[in-house]
Design a protein around this ligand. Sequence first.
Ligand code: XMP
Length: 322
Amino acid sequence: MAQIAELKAGELNAQEFIKEKAAEIAKTVGSGYAINALSGGVDSSAVTMLGHKALGDRLKTYFIDNGIMRKDEPQSIVAIFKKLGVKVEVIDAKDKFFKAFKGVTDPEEKREAVTQTFYKDVFADLVKKSGAKYLLQGTILTDVDETVAGIKRQHNVFEQLGIDPQEAFGYKIIEPLVQLRKDGVRKVAEACGLPRSVFNRMPFPGPALAARVIGEVTPEKIALVRTATSIIEEELANTTAFQYMAILHNDRVTGMRDGKRDFGLQIEIRCWESIDARHAKPTRLPFETLEKLSHRMVTEVPGVVSTTYNITSKPPSTMEAI
Ligand code: XMP
């Protein structure tokens, strides 16, 4: 396996990088078509812009509505890219994903369910329909490191695990960001003309809210964690934290409501300080902020009777819960 040469954010000339990568993409794809999936995160947004610079209308960009995204995500992403002149088609794949999650509780099996559904089921269909031979995707160096080290199987890493996407899924994958870490991708995204709300956007994992449900992922649990996520994103929007998230636990605890026992749900809040996601420390949030978050969780997320705040660093914690 070839070693990937890291390109540090401090040494990156974003304009040169964009020119170089757009030329590489154009050369690889030739006169054919490519597709890519836009999730609205900084990585897939930067790749979408690079691909459009290189291929114009010969890049078909899709937003896969997998049912595990945040509130109002498809509509807001489509609107942002429309302003930039990039057409995004929304593909409703909710049923396929929830079917794949049925009965799955092991974290790595859950990630594998996302991977297989994305690449084998949804993309393979789109590739066939569009006549594309290439999938453009925003894998970054941290995804590769953690997967190869066996820490977490990131949904978008194949060749470094000895998997040939052409053989496994029937198409080739192009990864123009693979030498960069998050800070480098943000520089590229800004230089591509993306708005601050995108290039500065908090990271969000490929397995989306499924990474924040412990145990089986169901539409009902996703709805709960989606509400909890909106609350935390509203309340912490003015912090400078690297990333924050709400996690729905599987174990219940005894609480009380209206003077009666309520064996209810638990939400764990995490808020991280980090530069590149390899190491992270919990943010020292003011206690008043934590109290407000807790109050909103137990009053606005149905069935929640307990809220906790994670104070462990990465390592040994990881940032996401699964
Ligand atoms: P962890 O949980 O490994 O997360 O400490 C480090 C950073 O990566 C994000 N993350 C992912 N991103 N696919 C992604 O694209 C994934 O499977 C995935 N898992 C974690 C996480 O949100 C954090 O920013």
